[in-house]
Design a protein around this ligand. Structure first.
Ligand code: NAD
Length: 498
């Protein structure tokens, strides 16, 4: 049985960890490895190493940092297939999807390669007579990232390339369910020339997380995961004086208008609901069909759901893999049953799916529930599985009101051929990321990613310009170089410009 350890000071180490958790291959249901769970002392040691590394990395030149980032970009690109295979084996998503995840992470690295441009400050010559004002941004120190199981490579890459490019050192606490990709990424950073201690990985559970949240040597915490934990992280890390961005869960709606092409909408709805077994924070889990769009789109979505090729992620032709754990499967199956009991029409039932040769895997097939209402458990809970709930509305305003009444505000989309309706929607919804005929509107790396309401605690989104802002703090310098002809200008009233 392989033991997945930590990465501290540029080497694999067990530190003094004694506790472990099982890591599974969700397609077989078999345990594939065990991962060490760091104690509070282990975390203190890892943070100490990152703190020591900051002494020099925080002073490194933009040229030196950019050189490492470009090399890292090349190495991640060259190893994309290897990273994707590790993702598929521990997460379960199909290989093409895992490759797509690596590609979206790579785009953040490419964004971070432009750090000299991103960190340029402002300069105001002669702001007052003989006085110049200028600003620049400095790194924070040691920053931590705590990440979820569903994107074991991409979500950490939303954080560490930007944080490190800004001159910080980074401690990653990845999900204990699929920790292996982070170990490979750590080696790639080292091969790229990153000094030891600048990128650290501690594996663990709540004990490790709490140690990071409470550490006086951690300046900022980036978190992505479920809403209850995001709220907890935000409160606890804020209480210890840290800068925090905590991205939470989601319930993403797509409105389908009667003027949309039903085939186009159904095809994209199915891909957005069932891709990655619905385990995406930007998955569409609720479709709101307006007027006569309902019956037309249901007919096509049901056909698409039946046609999805469910199978192990490494099998050619698989379009959807298993869910992450047996507990997750049981929870999803229970919610589907509750939906039917509470009056939804179970149009496609994915419970009880068996995949030949992989009978022990954690399978749930694509599921479609029609005539879901906002009081049902399938609507109020984030299912995080391949389940599409279809609600009906009479008007676009009613559909927008449903979205706005939901506590989450991560992503949303509309299918329509009317520019006026699209504009009404984009201005009316209280959601951070919006798609117009684009069901999964994940912003490009040079924009920032983040939701509203219970989908984000803290005020900065990740990567893009807000990521650079989150991982740095500003200095504004007001300077004067007195010379003999210059009047001293000193006075006892508050300084004003002349
Ligand atoms: P999770 O909240 O269970 O775990 C996330 C991280 O928190 C993991 O590293 C885990 O070890 C840690 N953690 C878990 N319980 C903890 C506790 N009690 N105390 C301290 N730390 C704890 O989330 P998950 O199941 O790994 O991921 C799925 C969730 O993440 C979904 O809710 C999904 O919507 C959300 N997500 C959100 C985004 C986004 O951008 N908003 C992106 C991806 C995933």
């Amino acid at each position: 049985m392989d033991t997945i350890a930590h990465w501290v000071d540029g080497a694999t180490t067990q530190l003094n960890s004694t506790r472990t958790a099982a890591v599974y291959n969700p397609a077989s249901g078999q345990q594939s490895a065990e991962v060490l769970l760091a104690s509070a002392d282990d975390v203190a040691h890892a943070v100490g190493s990152a703190k020591a590394a900051f002494e020099s990395w925080g002073q490194s030149s933009l040229t030196a940092r950019t050189k490492v980032l470009f090399a890292f970009r090349e190495l991640v690109n060259a190893n994309a297939d290897a990273i994707a295979e590790l993702i598929t084996d521990e997460h379960g998503k199909v290989l093409s999807d895992a490759r797509g995840e690596v590609q979206r992470g790579l785009e953040v690295i490419e964004f971070a390669c432009g750090i000299p441009q991103l960190l340029k400050g402002d300069y105001s010559d002669q702001a007052s007579s003989g006085v110049d004002v200028f600003s620049f941004r400095e790194p924070l120190g040691v920053v931590a990232g705590i990440t979820p199981f569903n994107f074991p490579a991409m979500v950490p890459m939303w954080m560490h390339p930007v944080a490190i490019a800004c001159g910080n050192t980074f401690v990653l606490k990845p999900s204990e369910r699929d920790p292996s990709p982070s170990q490979l990424v750590a080696r790639l950073w080292q091969q790229a020339g990153l000094p030891d201690g600048v990128f650290t990985v501690v594996n663990g559970d709540r004990e490790a997380v709490d140690a990071l949240l409470d550490s006086p040597d951690v300046a900022a915490v980036s978190f992505v995961g479920s809403t209850p934990i995001a709220r907890y992280i935000h409160e606890r890390a804020s209480a210890s004086g840290k800068r925090v961005q905590a991205l939470g869960g989601a319930k993403n709606h797509a409105i389908v208008m009667p003027d949309a092409d039903p085939s186009f909408a159904a095809e994209h709805l199915a891909a957005a609901a069932f891709g990655s077994a619905g385990e995406r924070c930007m998955a569409i889990s609720a479709a709101v069909a307006v007027g006569e769009a309902g019956d037309a789109v249901m007919k096509e979505v049901v056909a698409k759901a039946h046609a999805v090729a469910v199978g192990p992620g490494r099998r050619d032709g698989s379009e959807m893999g298993p869910v992450i754990t047996s507990a997750s499967r049981d929870r999803i199956v229970d919610l589907i049953g509750r939906g039917a009991d509470q009056g939804a029409q179970l149009a496609v039932d994915g419970r009880g799916l068996v995949v030949d040769g992989h009978e022990g895997g954690f399978w749930v097939g694509p599921t479609v529930l029609d005539r879901v209402t906002t009081g049902m458990d399938v609507y109020t809970e984030e299912i995080f599985g391949p389940v599409l709930s279809v609600l009906r509305a009479d008007t676009v305003d009613e559909a927008i009101a449903i979205i706005n009444a939901n506590p989450y505000g991560n992503g949303t989309a509309i299918f329509t051929s009317s520019g006026e309706t699209a504009r009404r929607f984009q201005r009316g919804v209280h959601v951070g990321m919006i798609g117009i005929n684009v069901p999964i509107p994940v912003p490009m790396a040079y924009y920032s990613f983040g939701g509203w309401k219970d989908s984000l605690f803290g005020d900065k989104h990740v990567h893009g310009p807000e990521g650079v802002s989150f991982y740095t703090r500003a200095k504004v310098i007001t300077s004067r170089w007195p010379h003999v002809e210059m009047p001293s200008g000193a006075s006892y009233h508050f300084p004003t410009t002349t």
